[in-house]
Design a protein around this ligand. Sequence first.
Ligand SMILES: C[S@@+](CC[C@H](N)C(=O)[O-])C[C@H]1O[C@@H](n2cnc3c(N)ncnc32)[C@H](O)[C@@H]1O
Length: 276
Amino acid sequence: MRLPATLYGGVAYTIFLVTFLYAIGFVGNVVVPKSIDAGLPASAAEESLALSLLVDVLLLGVFAIQHSLMARPAFKRWWTRVVPPVVERSTYVLLASLALLVLFLEWRPIPGTLWDLRATPLGWALAGTSALGWALVLASTFQIDHFELFGLKQVWRHWRGRAAAEPEFRVPPFYRHVRHPIYVGFMLAFWSTPVMSAGHLLFAAMTSAYILVGIAFEERDLVAQFGDRYRAYRREVGMLLPRLGAAGAPVHERAEPHPPARDDLREARTWIRWWL
Ligand SMILES: C[S@@+](CC[C@H](N)C(=O)[O-])C[C@H]1O[C@@H](n2cnc3c(N)ncnc32)[C@H](O)[C@@H]1O
């Protein structure tokens, strides 16, 4: 079971990487053959606008349902009776990536343009901010635990014969300023665009609404998991925007219900000095 699980985890992770890179090209209308404003449909007597909208909303809905439902603890408890727990996260990552790839390939461009600032300084600034958003997404995944988030750590520990790691509450640098830097990164990447077509607007608005709903579910689970530590964190740190004057608050220490160990204290002091 160890080898198949590890290979499966590796394949799921590779497909996630391809999907992530494709997403950058899809949203930015660069490099990829089928992007948010290009390709499809040149047949079926040029699909009606209503049908194009319906297809796009359905594609986003399928991803949203898969992504939210499979992340809930109750679903995971049932699901891990069907799939081995060690590959639960990899399966989630694989299905989310496949749902996104289908969305990218079947997405219908919607005609109409709100702004087109290509080849202007503002357009370059918007493209740069979008790139920063993608970089923030990736960097934030490494701050909480990239390889655990995408299922590789679980199969690797299993391969080495080690028990599954307990979930940890973390407050690394970006998470000291906002509680959801990954989602902030996505919003920057989606909204900050040199060309805002009607299709792009639909995509940005629906994914943002989904993120807000997703945050409510995610935080409910985090409170259930980490209790007062997460409640204290939520009081001190803004959701998507940093709270003015609160940057660098030593949340990690204050949220800790027990006195931290010596190493933690040293690390917290270093962080506080760094952020002050
Ligand atoms: C896709 S990540 C998004 C994390 C966060 N919402 C963000 O935008 O940066 C979702 C996973 O991160 C976990 N998570 C969120 N905040 C966390 C934290 N401070 N420490 C550890 N795990 C966290 C959640 O339990 C969930 O499994």
